[in-house]
Design a binder for this molecule. Sequence first.
Ligand SMILES: Cc1ncc(COP(=O)(O)O)c(C=O)c1O
Length: 345
Amino acid sequence: MKIENLLRNNIRALKPYKAARHDLNAKGILLDANESPFENGYNRYPDPYQKQLKKTVANLKSVKSEQVFIGNGSDETLDLLIRAFCEPNTDNVIIMPPTYGMYEVLANINAVECIKAPLNKDFSLDAERVLVAVNSRTKIIFICSPNNPTGNSLSDSEINKVLENFNGIVVVDEAYIDFSNAKSTIQLLNKFPNLFVNQTLSKAYAGAGLRLGIGFSSVEIIHVLNTIKPPYNINSLTQSTGIDLLKNESEIQANINLINAEKKRLYAELFKLPFVVEIFPSEANFWLVRFKNAEDIHKSLINNGIITRNRSHELYCENTLRITVGTTEENTQLINCLNQIKITE
Ligand SMILES: Cc1ncc(COP(=O)(O)O)c(C=O)c1O
C-alpha cells in the first residue's frame, strides 16, 4: 500500500508554507520574522517542528522522532488526518458507536461521510462488521481503545484483523491508554505503515489545558501531517511544559496509581446503590454507569454542584452517566451525594 496514493489530490500537489527559518539553524541576529526583539521567553515564534519535544517523546516511546506528530490537542491531529486523506463530498470514514463524538463532528465539518459500524452490545469490536462496511471510498477507520464513553479496551486480535484487511488509514485512538494495562498499538507501527496511533497529554498527564496531542505513525504519514498543519501550531510554553511533564514519569505514574485506586473505591461504593443497574468494565479514568433513571440522577447531581456526563442517548447506553474519577475528596462528595439521593427516592 502506498500512502501517497491515499492522499487527496490537492494535498499531494501542495506546496507547503515555509517560514524563513524552517531550514536554518535559528541562531544569530533574527530579523526575518517581524518579531519583537525583547526577550521574555515567548517573543520568538515557536519551533514549527517541535524538535526537542519530539525527541523526548521518541526516547520515551522507543520510536524515531520522524514517527511523531504533535497536534494542538489530539482533536487537531484527527482533523488533519481527515483533511489529508478524505476528499469532501466523495470519501468516507468509519466509526464504531458508541464512541468518541468528535470523529463524526470532524467528518461533518470536512463534508466527509461518516459510516457507522457499531460495536457489539457488550461494546466489543467486531472486525468483520467493520470490514463489511468498507467501500471503495473509505479512507479512514477510527478505533478507540480504551473506548470513550464505555471505558473498555478493544481486542488486539480484532484490531489486527482490521489492520490486516483494510487498505486505508487505521487510527487507533489511545487517549486513555496510560490508565490501562493494555499494550499500545505503537508496537505494530513497523508492521503497518497505514496505522496511526493517537495519544494525548490531556488525560493521565494532567495537561488538558496545554492542548498537546501526540500521534505516532509511519514517516510518510507524519510527513504529510507536518506539511499541512499550521506552521506554529504548538506554542512555546506548551512545548516546554510538555517536555517537563513527559520527563516527570514518577509523578505521573503516582497520579495514575491514585486514580486507579480511587476508581476501585468508587466502583465498590456505586455498586452498593440500589438505583445502580450496571457498571461497565473500564480501563480508563471513568466509569460508565447504568442507572434506573439516569436523567433524575444527573439532575440531582447538578443541583448539588456535581457535573457528570449523560451518555443515555448514545447507542446501547440508555440510562447511563459517564463519571470521571476525581480526587479522593471529590469522589467522597459524589458518593455522599448519591447516598442522599437514595434516601430521598
Ligand atoms: C477518545 C478521545 N480522543 C481524543 C480526545 C481529545 O483529546 P485532546 O484533549 O488531546 O484533544 C478525547 C477527549 O476527551 C477522547 O476522549
